[in-house]
Design a protein around this ligand. Sequence first.
Ligand code: CMC
Length: 434
Amino acid sequence: MPKPLTLTDPETGHKVDLPVLEPTYGTPVIDITGVPRELGFFTHDPGFMSTSACRSNVTFIDGDEGILLYRGYPIEQLAEKSSFLEVCYLLIHGELPTTSEWEAFQNDIRSRTMVHEGLRTIITGYRRGSHPMAMMVGLVGALSGFYHDALDVNDPVHRMRCIRQLVAKMPTIAADTHKWGAGQPFMHPDNAYGFVENFMRMMFGVPAEPYEADPVAARALELMMILHADHEQNASTSTVRLCGSSGTNPFAAIAAGIATLWGPAHGGANEAVIRMLSGIGSRGDIPRFIDRVKDRESGVRLMGFGHRVYKSYDPRASIIRDACHELLSNLEGTEREQPMFESALELERIARSDDYFIERNLYPNVDFYSGIILSALGFPLNMFTVIFAVARTVGWITQWNEMIGDAEDFRIGRPRQLYLGHARRDYVPTGERS
Ligand code: CMC
């Protein structure tokens, strides 16, 4: 047990001992809950740069070493040996399933893949050109209207049912948003397919034709989903926790997570990377683009680079870069993506030998190469962040469940502020204002 740190108010001489909490791995954490009570101060940490907001057993990231563990298992091993659905089980339950647990889990998920037809009526109210993420925010929130009455968030059995509903239905809802935009009929799930193949069929299949998923493509999508399944307390996960901390239903909390993910600094970056690569033009234009990124005036960022936690290579990015090589050499019809991939490699090479990026520890993150894979798989650009949301739902809902089940720490999230506005003043009637 590390020794507590002592904080002293120099004005009054009052002291408070702050316990130091030792994690399994990573930076120890100072418990500051006694500071307001004992010293009369709040702490100030915009962007939560140095604040741990919860205890968690789910995911660990070592940003300096480029390590990512789900429930203790290295992401590289899960990416190579596991499936997305097995990773879902692992995240939700904390352990890899036994044979019988695995059978039961798959059957349970299969039995929940369909969505209420009322949800599809809601989709048809959206304008055809709506961004699929706009539909996702609305539709997942709308699930509350279908299941809210059977959900007591304090009942672990109810919570588990809802967790499985979300995991099972997200691919169906995501594919529906695409079909509505494409003007094609909604596809019902066909549970004879595997989880990922079923998703591909609902996305790319049509009722008039049989559908067979290309195994190379299906494996690539599976890999992408494994890599995006959880990432500890990022902006969207923290949003889900904060939203869920009020006791609201989990569908509403996940909708809030989807809204947060949409932004270009977060999950929207995969879409932004492809727009950036297309906008750069030829490889010869890359140095000029890099100059614009370094120019503080232009506000241009190298999308898919940099990370709040990783200060070395994001392990997911190196797995995706290798997968990109493999996919583009084994999947037909990827002539459009090949030059894009070469531009991305060249951009990475130039950026990583440039002092601006070296000094700031800016490396490719998960989104730098993921868009190229999704594009090669045939996903339209506006579906990229939706795929991220489908995969991340299991992480969000696992973290929500962990929060609600944490008897010691669970309470409504309610940050404080440093108020710098006007001092108290009196109301002045309209005509008397200067
Ligand atoms: N291009 C150019 N400069 C950058 C970039 C970038 N992509 N990222 C950070 N910097 C610079 C930034 O200008 C700052 O420089 P200075 O210290 O001179 O002011 C320094 O690096 C630190 O950046 P920051 O914005 O303070 O770092 P942050 O931890 O607040 O932001 C980030 C992290 C991911 C939002 C940021 O790196 C970024 O905007 N990257 C591009 C968007 C992106 O790829 N997002 C996906 C993140 S990974 C997937 C996910 O979680 O969804």
